[in-house]
Design a protein around this ligand. Structure first.
Ligand SMILES: Cc1ncc(COP(=O)(O)O)c(C=O)c1O
Length: 433
């Protein structure tokens, strides 16, 4: 980065403050962001970048979408929080909008992704005891190797990532970990009559955008239904148009989500429960939700679950608008079409440079795998260094698991912008060679 001395001090000051007073639970790329609009963000010295992380797919609707800013401002002067001790004038409208859009009977509003995952786990266990007759304290949830479902003690209890889990025991029991994208392993695990649920990401985002075989999700859904086990899709990162469908778990349902609604809402082919967060609020506010049918959600009765902020009118109003934007601006279709353009452009790099191993993804959730190397002068050439070059050239992305760079721009990106971003990536890869 070529900083002026004044802006360098702004950048340095922001970094130093975070380093000195903040817990070191992240390793950010050295860039200090100050504002954003649409697909772009600006740092404290006024340099503009393409945002190709989108706050881990929370900003699908683009930064500071004017419609979201407007409803947020309006709602902020009207009412922000009532608690669930009372009804509020927005929550019911929000619940209706979500249930109708995704085709589920009921939803339960929470705030962060991890809270919604916890909610789904509690729901699955209680359903297992009350509806399936699992003996008390014996309910088991099947999860996959390489999963990422959040950071609470219970959630890291089912993680296979040593960084997420190490040092945080004792862990919550009741999970069985099986390999991802492995139907025979799921079949075996489902033999246990005490299994209440299979919790899975339709694409493993944090793991490095691992896309399973096309028939994995449909087959897993069918197996779970046959065994009376809840299939729970964690769509926190993949949902809400990111992968070119409203939900990534509907890729094989046979519809194109062209109307913005599922055209084939066959309960036999759909997850029993879906977990949403991130883009549910377009990055404006922490909003998450669990969706399920009446029988499953019915296990929650007054006093069994809740959250002070869950379902607050501010979050609810923003989420209604965020979902309307997805439909009005055709973000499902944009992600589907431009995702193909992006992968075709990246494939050119895979063909041209041996250290660019592969591109994979769906819609606008994609990753490049970069083989780590050492330059002639002994300096490292890893995905991290490439991300620094990308930053210098005006595009922000972050490595995940060392050698993988995830590319996930806001879904409002135009083809012209996408091609400009691809030129930046190509030029950076060439510099990196
Ligand atoms: C698939 C998935 N599940 C759960 C979470 C946790 O969400 P949050 O960070 O809002 O708790 C994430 C966050 O990256 C995620 O990608």
């Amino acid at each position: 980065m070529q900083h002026t001395s004044a802006s360098q001090s702004k950048t340095q000051r922001a970094i130093e403050l975070e380093e000195r007073y903040g817990a070191h639970n992240y390793h950010p790329l050295p860039v200090v962001l100050d504002s954003g609009l649409g697909v772009h963000v600006w740092d404290v010295e006024g340099k503009r970048y393409f945002d190709f992380l989108s706050a881990y797919s929370a900003v699908n609707q683009g930064h500071c979408h004017p419609r979201l800013v407007k409803v947020m401002q309006e709602q902020a002067t009207r009412m922000t929080l009532t608690s669930r001790a009372f009804y509020n004038s927005v929550l019911g409208e929000y619940e209706k909008a979500v249930c109708e859009l995704f085709g589920y009977a009921k939803m339960l509003p929470m705030n962060t992704g991890a809270e919604a995952v916890e909610t789904a786990l509690k729901m699955a266990r209680k359903w297992g005891y009350e509806k399936k007759g699992i003996p008390a304290g014996q309910a088991k949830v099947i999860v996959c190797e390489g999963n990422f479902h959040g950071r609470t003690i219970t959630i890291v209890s089912m993680s296979t990532d040593p960084d997420s889990q190490g040092g945080f025991g004792p862990f919550t029991p009741g999970f069985e970990v099986i390999p991802y994208d492995d139907i025979p392993a799921l079949e075996r695990a489902l033999q246990d009559p005490n299994v209440c649920a299979f919790l899975v990401e339709p694409i493993q985002g944090e793991k490095g955008v691992y896309v399973p075989a096309d028939d994995y999700i449909p087959k897993a859904i069918a197996l779970c239904k046959a065994k009376g086990v809840l299939f729970i899709a964690d769509e926190i990162q993949t949902g809400i148009a990111r992968t070119g469908r409203l939900l990534a778990s509907c890729h094989q349902c046979g519809c194109s989500c062209a109307t913005g609604l599922c055209e084939n809402p066959d309960p036999a082919k759909r997850p029993d429960a879906v977990i949403l967060a991130k883009a549910l609020s377009g990055g404006m506010y922490p909003v998450s939700a669990v969706l399920a049918n009446d029988e499953v959600m019915g296990v929650f009765t007054p006093g069994t679950h809740g959250s002070t902020y869950g379902g607050n009118p501010m979050g609810a109003r923003i989420a209604i608008e965020a979902l309307a934007i997805v439909k009005d601006e055709g973000l499902v279709q944009n992600a589907d079409r431009l995702g193909r353009v992006f992968r075709a452009e990246m494939q050119k790099l895979v063909d041209a440079y041996p250290f660019v191993k592969l591109v994979r993804g769906r819609g606008l959730l994609n990753a490049l795998v970069i083989e780590p190397r050492t330059a002639a002068d002994g300096s490292p050439r890893t995905a991290w260094e490439l991300c620094l070059l990308l930053r210098d050239n005006g595009l922000l992305a972050k490595p995940t698991h060392g050698d993988i760079i995830r590319f996930a721009p806001p879904l409002v990106i135009t083809e012209e912008q996408l091609l400009e971003a691809c030129r930046i990536i190509a030029a950076s890869v060439q510099q990196f060679a």
